[in-house]
Design a protein around this ligand. Structure first.
Ligand SMILES: [Zn+2]
Length: 466
């Protein structure tokens, strides 16, 4: 059976199993909410607040790496704007985390012939205590590196050269990113002198892609950099020749305690009480040091703020609050998301959550946490998203965005509203993450979708959510 036939069968099976739910889903949305939904979607079609807020965060703050003065300014800006937008209980929840900073990177091929390389240090990478010279050994995949005899790897610069697949959803990224996250630690266990990654990106340019790495607490990490895709291809061509390839690497980084904070605000429902867990709309405030963080994640911040603003006139309908959470320090290993769970573990008073953090491509599908058993509320949300061009997909379960994904283990149902990410990984974590790649038109659709999701989730009776 091919994949689409399987999907059709799965889809039909799930919906048949939930036939009673389907009837119920219509009953879960009152006439009042139904007409409010229509008004919200029409208002969103000509509302540019998501883009305006994105633009302000980019222009007034720019790049805002976690724990920096720029991130603090982004936070102050968000606190101010959320209060001005009329949200309640606007506040910051501070936390500390390990703050890593790239001071400088130079990389070049020394032999068989001199070539300057465009590289960025990977998050968490130590510096080279002195300029490092090493012979390069190439691996085409993590599996090949895993299988390698440590005697071949010891003292070498491991070059992991695995191209990323361009996909509409995030699956291309999810498989490629393992090389960045775990490649340096794997190379270190085999005695490598340094780790050189083909950037996790779909472009063919000379912009290297930044990003985090991880390693065990008891392991000494090695210097790790990402080469631009164009430079990785140059390296591969040199390595295909008969002569050894030797590189010079000079990486300077620092690690220190850092301070950040998550920003929160509530859109208080008139019929809400603390007994009704809230609906979360989330994004993250920090960015990498490269680019301006326009798509990652200023546009997410602008989108959730606009969605909350669109719901302002309908507070009287809400039996649950809508919580806006703008996380700090997402890029360094989801520090803000983990701090949030730590602070609220005893009473994580949220029922459902969605996060906007995959660029401003057109939203095309909604994924559910348990596709085999859609709830009446989920079917009602799916029906209301259809006019926005967003289809319900039962192809795989949702995982939630990076920050709210952590809430799933604590009983919160997390959703994916997926943008078309075909082009997103051309610019992700690079100098090219600028306003030029943000679609103001698509952000209207994003804000409409998040407002639709929150309006239904915050107004249905409890029985509709299960
Ligand atoms: Zn992000």
């Amino acid at each position: 059976m091919n994949a689409s036939a399987l999907l059709t069968l799965l889809f039909a099976a799930s919906l048949d199993a939930g036939a009673a739910h389907r009837v119920e889903s219509a009953a879960c949305v009152t006439d009042e909410v139904r007409s409010a939904l229509k008004e919200v979607q029409l208002a969103a079609a000509i509302d540019d607040r998501a883009y305006r807020w994105t633009e302000r965060l980019v222009l007034d703050v720019g790049a805002r790496p976690a724990g920096t003065e720029a991130e603090a300014r982004a936070r102050a800006w968000a606190l101010r704007e959320l209060a001005a937008a009329g949200l309640d209980e606007v506040r910051a929840e501070p936390f500390e985390f390990a703050r890593w900073t790239e001071e400088s990177v130079t990389a070049s091929v020394r032999e068989p012939v001199q070539h300057a390389l465009r590289a960025v240090a990977l998050g968490g990478s130590p510096g080279t205590s002195a300029p490092l010279r090493a012979t390069v050994i190439r691996f085409a995949s993590m599996d090949a590196l895993r299988a390698a005899d440590p005697r071949r790897v010891a003292g070498r610069a491991v070059f992991l050269d695995a191209p990323m697949a361009r996909t509409r959803d995030r699956t291309g990224y999810r498989s490629a990113v393992q090389a960045r996250l775990d490649g340096p630690a794997l190379a270190a266990t085999k005695g490598a002198a340094a780790f050189v990654l083909r950037s996790v990106g779909t472009d063919r340019t000379r912009q290297p892609h930044a990003g985090m790495t991880r390693h065990a607490a008891d392991q000494a990490p090695i210097a790790a950099v990402a080469l631009s895709v164009a430079d990785a291809e140059l390296m591969a061509r040199l390595l295909a020749g008969s002569q050894p390839v030797v590189i010079d690497l000079d990486v300077r980084t620092t690690m220190a305690r850092g301070s950040s904070a998550n920003v929160r605000a509530e859109l208080r429902g008139a019929a809400a009480s603390d007994r009704n867990p809230s609906v979360v709309l989330a994004a993250h405030l920090d960015s990498w040091h490269v680019g301006t963080g326009a798509s990652d994640d200023a546009s997410g911040v602008g989108t959730v703020m606009a969605a909350a603003a669109l719901l302002q006139p309908y507070r009287s309908l809400l039996r649950r609050d809508v919580s806006v959470i703008l996380f700090g320090a997402e890029e360094p290993g989801i520090a803000g998301g983990h701090a949030y769970i730590d602070a609220h573990r005893a009473n994580l008073n949220h029922v459902v959550a969605v996060e906007s953090d995959l660029g401003s491509g057109r939203l095309w599908r909604m994924l559910l946490p348990d596709p085999q058993h859609p709830t009446p509320a989920e079917l009602a949300i799916a029906a209301a998203l259809e006019p926005l061009g967003i289809a319900l997909s039962l192809a795989m379960p949702s995982i939630g965005g990076p920050d709210v994904g952590l809430m799933a283990a604590h009983g919160v149902r997390v959703y994916d509203l997926d943008p078309d990410a075909t082009d997103y990984f051309d610019i992700h974590h690079t100098d090219e993450d600028t306003l030029e790649h943000v679609s103001a038109l698509n952000l209207r659709q994003h804000a409409a979708a998040l407002a639709t999701f929150a309006l239904i989730a915050a107004t249905v009776e409890d029985r509709c959510l299960h």
